[in-house]
Design a protein around this ligand. Structure first.
Ligand code: NAD
Length: 409
């Protein structure tokens, strides 16, 4: 099933429960604008390389659209549309005043030099700057991009439009970025994990965890969980995985990954294949890399009791149904990884007010928003006797639907 078919499946299930008319469903699903652009790059050796860039603006009923920029060789129109749609529901679940968007370039960033990555990022801004901006559509980091790409984005955007740091979020703290943005998605994953464990009366201390993906999100989630006494037994990334039944030394692993850019070769554990990590015997499984990794094929072998979707779209519908049937609790992506966009919202607010918050305030506001959203989702799930995913969709779609009706077309 394609990424879009997956998000569409979850939308349809919630829309049926809500009794939304077919016309309203079509209005809510149809993206407002889809853009596909040529991004030409002069390589360091003088050759010309041509890449395809995307930006999909899905819905603006609740405010300017917001969503990340992904630089990855598997980026395509279907995936960007799926992720833009997810952003609409996600922003509504955490009740921040944004609609949803997403973008990216189909490129393998590991094939680019630093200078090539900068020229590619700037060229992409040249192509899309007219349709984005602080009151229209505000990009942010995602897979393959980070604070440096956001800094280039802002700098290039300002060449056309003048000083305007709120045009993009996830910038370096030294350049109008927010304290706590980089850690925010991983921290949010941990806030909802703790909230779930509290509901099921399992202490965080001693809870065993496996994490797929050790980039921005996975490594911060591992760090915070380790601090709280959870045992991270295994992590993996594109290079392979490491496993230690006594619990990995997460600070040492983070230092290794920072130095070598991957986890493979870490001395404090044994190697484990990515597929084996997903089916390992742990309490909590956190997919924090790619989409569609939990499938009909591996779902019957998953031994975790709880799945926290740090990645976007990691679970295919057949796997989701299996988890529902067998009592594996899934905290869905549109709630579990919403910490990033929430702190991006704080960054945008600070940029607009030219007033900088302390890290303690960022964390406090993030905790408040995510715990409220988790509790609301949990209560809907109990009340309607549905999964947390369906409950989150009911919450998000309900809010977007009401804004659409109130605003009119
Ligand atoms: P990143 O680029 O920093 O890290 C991605 C990680 O995934 C890397 O460790 C990489 O090696 C690993 N990976 C790639 N291919 C893999 C494979 N085949 N098997 C195992 N691991 C693999 O990206 P990120 O920002 O940490 O994003 C990770 C996920 O979280 C994505 O799905 C993204 O959409 C989602 N997300 C990110 C944010 C954010 O703020 N960065 C916010 C919300 C959601």
């Amino acid at each position: 099933m394609s990424s879009y078919e997956t998000t569409r499946h979850y939308f349809d299930r919630a829309a049926r429960l809500m009794g939304i008319s077919q016309n309203m469903q079509t209005l809510l699903l149809t993206p407002e604008r889809e853009l596909k652009v040529q991004v030409a790059l002069e390589r360091d050796n003088g050759e010309i390389a041509t890449f395809i860039g995307f930006r999909v603006q899905h819905d603006s009923a609740r405010g300017p659209m917001k969503g990340g920029l992904r630089f990855h060789h598997e980026v395509d129109g279907d995936e960007v549309l799926a992720l833009a749609t997810l952003m609409t529901w996600k922003n509504a679940v955490v009740n921040i005043p944004y609609g949803g968007a997403k973008g990216g370039i189909a490129v393998n960033v590991h094939d680019l030099s630093h200078g090539e990555l900068e020229r590619l990022s700037r060229k992409f801004v040249d192509e899309i700057h007219d349709m984005v901006g602080p009151d229209k559509d505000i990009p942010a980091p995602d897979m393959g991009t980070g604070a440096q790409v956001m800094a280039w984005f802002m700098n290039q955007y300002q060449k056309f439009h003048g000083f305007n740091p709120a045009c993009v979020t996830g910038k370096p703290v030294e350049l109008h970025g927010a304290e706590g943005r980089e850690e925010a998605t991983g921290r949010g994953v941990v806030i909802v994990t703790e909230a779930l464990l509290k509901r099921v009366k399992q202490p965080v201390e001693g809870t065993t965890v496996a994490i797929q993906g050790f980039g921005n999100v996975g490594s911060h989630a591992a760090g915070f969980l380790h601090e709280k006494g959870a045992k991270i037994l295994g992590v993996s990334d594109a290079s392979g995985g490491v496993w230690n039944p006594e619990g990995l030394d997460v600070p040492a692993l983070r230092a290794h990954a920072a130095e070598h850019e991957h986890v493979a070769g870490f001395g404090g554990g044994e190697a484990i294949a990515n597929d084996d990590l997903l089916t390992s015997a742990v309490d909590v499984l956190i997919p924090a890399a790619l989409g569609n990794v939990l499938t009909a094929g591996n779902a019957p072998h998953i031994r975790a009791k709880y799945i926290i979707e740090a990645a976007n779209n990691p679970t295919e519908p057949e796997a989701d149904e299996h988890f529902d049937r067998t009592g594996i609790v899934v905290v869905p992506d549109i709630l579990a990884n919403a910490g990033g966009v929430t702190v991006s919202y704080f960054e945008w607010v600070q940029n607009r007010q030219h007033f900088k918050w302390e890290l303690s305030r960022v964390r406090q506001e993030l905790d408040r928003i995510l715990l409220n959203s988790f509790d609301k989702t949990w209560d809907i799930a109990e009340d309607k006797k549905v999964s947390l995913r369906t409950a989150a969709y009911l919450l998000g779609i309900g809010r977007v639907g009401r804004a659409t009706v109130l605003g009119g077309i």
